[in-house]
Design a protein around this ligand. Structure first.
Ligand SMILES: [Zn+2]
Length: 348
């Protein structure tokens, strides 16, 4: 019977590494410094100092010195419910977007929820989600909010059968950055027009449209940009002000540098706002938005469909910004996720 299938728990041990390579490790696709440190059983700071790294960015193919062997991990947990195979990451990190993958003839019938969102500071917690087809797979996009360190739980229902499970979450927030911005910038936080700005982005976060992208995500800036501030950085705008997370990645670029849509989508918000400055928001479907802040000029209008790589505006320094840069933000059902996890990939 199906019940026997549904109780079957199979772990796919797709080893990322051959075990026991003490001394060095070559960065693989999907790796982050946090994950490598976690698997090596050391903290990020130790890895940074051993490798003379100033930031947390790593690139595929980069060789890192390690104080010991990296422990092999199973990157994906596989379970079956009512003949539908469910794959989730074996571990997650705060700020991750991730994919719950469904396969089998009844995959499109599945309903997915993340009950651990109840009580978390997330928009639309525990929402009932239906899979969308991206490439050959049916998927549901998940999100792990910054600050979360408790396990993420999921529930998949197919017909009358339900499968539940959880994924451990780790991660840490980079040390506090104190911006000490002048009043001319912090005054924008209390601009009377800010309420309208926030209301408008919150409306965009509620959009649930079919997924429209079919290719990997592309960079927003074509020239290799320098990253000024990483996603997830904790910071204060003014001395004694509240600690806030940096919800995007800041790329330094001269004013007027062309900004490109990172993938196909529909423009759902364009304008100049007190905090985000010249802003374009693109809905890619499946609850995924990309947002481009601080533009000197926007070149698209609401309702327009854009293609991956199409120019949408120019880099500027409008809104709360102290130097010309692009702040690129990705949101899954309203929550900010690590932009670099999408670059060059169809899914995170
Ligand atoms: Zn920023």
């Amino acid at each position: 019977m199906n019940r026997r299938l549904s109780s079957l728990l199979a772990l796919a041990l797709l080893l990322l590494l051959s075990s026991g390579i003490a001394g060095s490790y070559t960065v693989q696709a999907g790796d982050t410094l946090f994950r490598i440190a976690q698997r090596a059983g050391v903290d990020v700071a130790a890895l940074q100092s051993l490798n003379h790294l100033s930031g947390t960015g790593v690139q595929v193919g980069q060789v890192l010195e390690l104080p010991g062997p990296v422990v092999p991990v199973a990157p994906t947990a596989v379970q079956v419910v009512a003949g539908v195979t469910v794959q989730v990451p074996a571990h997650l990190q705060m700020g991750d977007a991730f994919v719950l993958r469904l396969s089998g003839v009844r995959a499109s019938e599945a309903q997915v929820q993340f009950p651990s969102e109840i009580g978390e500071d997330v928009r639309q917690p525990n929402e009932m989600l239906l899979p969308v087809q991206v490439g050959h797979d049916f998927v549901v996009l998940g999100r792990v909010v910054l600050g979360k360190q408790t396990p993420l739980s999921y529930r998949v229902t197919v017909g009358g059968e339900t499968l539940s499970g959880s994924v451990p979450v780790s991660g840490q927030v980079a040390g506090l950055q104190r911006l000490n911005m002048p009043p001319s910038l912090t005054n924008k936080l209390v601009d009377p027009a800010r309420a309208a700005e926030e209301a408008e982005v919150e409306r965009a976060y509620l959009r649930r449209t079919p997924s429209v992208w079919t290719q990997p995500f592309a960079p927003a800036l074509t020239t290799p940009p320098r990253i000024a501030t990483l996603f997830g950085q904790a910071r204060t705008y003014s001395s004694g002000g509240p600690v806030e997370y940096h919800y995007g990645t800041d790329y330094l670029a001269p004013i007027g540098t062309p900004i490109h849509a990172i993938n196909d989508g529909t423009v759902v918000m364009v304008g100049t706002y007190p905090v985000r400055g010249g802003l374009v928001v693109i809905d890619h479907g499946a609850g995924l938005l990309s947002m481009y802040f601080h533009q000197s000029k926007t070149l698209v209008r609401v309702g327009q469909t854009v293609k991956r790589g199409e120019q949408i505006g120019l880099v500027g320094s409008t809104g709360i910004s102290n130097a010309p840069h692009l702040h690129l933000e990705l949101r899954v059902r309203g929550e900010a996720v690590q932009p670099s996890e999408w670059l060059g990939k169809l899914l995170p």
